[in-house]
Ligand binder design. Structure first.
Ligand SMILES: Nc1ncnc2c1ncn2[C@@H]1O[C@H](COP(=O)(O)OP(=O)(O)O)[C@@H](O)[C@H]1O
Ligand SMILES: [Mg+2]
Length: 309
């Protein structure tokens, strides 16, 4: 998987500066069968990195730009009359990699249609089930929830995302490297420079590798202790779920493999904890007023659990 990572990161780096961490997360999600939420201010290359990543994989790719007037059937598909018979016309969700761009600009009903498909790997229409392709990876982007005219995803739906990445501003060095990328006018570096360097077979092989990663009882106990610690913090109203514990262990295994190891360490768990857990926590209002953030709560939880030796 380490080699896979190097190839994909090199492709994405042709058009985006400083995206290696995001690429790690996107690769881990594709291998584990999870979904990713990219959150950040406008103009921080969320759409660009998702596009470039999808192009680096030899898989089907679709993009949905979410808008306030979009209907659930614009995502999942519609039943149409064809020669007197009802036929299902699949929507854009029927693909391998789906970029769900600005997901919080569409009302809850349409968000729910996508999240249901993510959860179940299928779409139900008129009492019939339509299986989504495998692998199926949703990369959703959203602007921070304070912005006007947005519909924040509810907690129960956030819990379905394996990772949330906070896409921050680049460093000064990265921003200046970004200005040195070739472009025509103000357009981004053409995506046609990015070529597919990984196949579905390779992702499936990586899945087997990840599943076979050695995990000691001590590491499993550590995962449990970290998750439980998030539920006991005074600042936290809703802690991490058992589903979150499953996601945390999977992410730690993928991280070990991305690093070229066949065993998980407590550091792997700590290293992915914020990206896997922070978006699932609900803080008490007092804590939010104090500008205490979910990632601070994760850091506190980690600091309270003794690291196994
Ligand atoms: N890290 C970066 N590397 C390369 N280009 C960038 C980077 N950040 C921003 N850009 C430029 O800014 C543009 C806006 O990016 P975009 O993906 O549309 O942002 P977002 O989806 O976060 O609003 C890109 O097309 C690119 O030209
Ligand atoms: Mg965008």
């Amino acid at each position: 998987m380490r080699d896979l990572r190097a190839r994909v990161a090199a492709e994405v780096a042709k058009v985006v500066v400083g995206a290696d961490g995001t690429v790690d997360v996107l690769l881990a999600a594709a291998v584990l069968g999870g979904h990713v939420l990219l959150e950040g201010a406008p103009g921080t290359a969320k759409t660009l990195v998702a596009n470039a990543y999808a192009r680096s994989l030899d898989l089907g790719f679709r993009r949905i730009q979410f808008t306030p007037d979009m209907l659930p059937s614009d995502v999942t598909g519609t039943a149409t009359l064809r020669g007197g018979e009802l036929a299902f016309r699949p929507g854009p969700v029927f693909t391998h990699v789906l970029l769900a761009d600005e997901i919080n600009r569409t009302p809850p009903k349409t968000q729910a249609a996508l999240l249901e498909a993510m959860q179940e790997g299928q779409v139900s229409a008129d009492g019939e089930r339509h299986q989504l392709p495998v692998p199926f990876l949703v990369v959703a982007t959203q602007n921070p929830i304070e912005l006007e005219g947005t519909y924040p995803l509810p907690e129960a739906q956030l819990d379905r995302f394996l990772f949330k990445v906070d896409v921050g501003y680049p460093s000064a060095a990265e921003e200046s490297a970004m200005l040195r990328l070739p472009r025509a006018g103000i357009a981004a570096t053409p995506l046609s420079r990015v070529v597919a360097v990984a196949s579905a077979d390779e992702l499936a092989a990586a899945r087997l590798e990840v599943d076979g990663t050695h995990t000691t009882d001590e590491v499993l106990d550590y995962v449990v202790a970290v998750v439980r610690a998030t539920r006991e913090l005074p600042a936290v109203e809703l802690g991490a779920s058992p589903r979150a514990a499953v996601h945390l262990l999977g992410a730690a295994r993928a991280r070990a493999r991305l690093d070229g190891r066949d065993f998980v360490t407590p550091d792997d768990v700590g290293g992915v904890a914020s990206a896997v857990l922070a978006h699932r926590l609900v803080l008490r209002p007092e804590a939010e007023l104090d500008r205490y953030r979910p990632s601070d709560a994760i850091a506190t939880a980690i600091s309270r659990v003794p690291v196994p030796r």
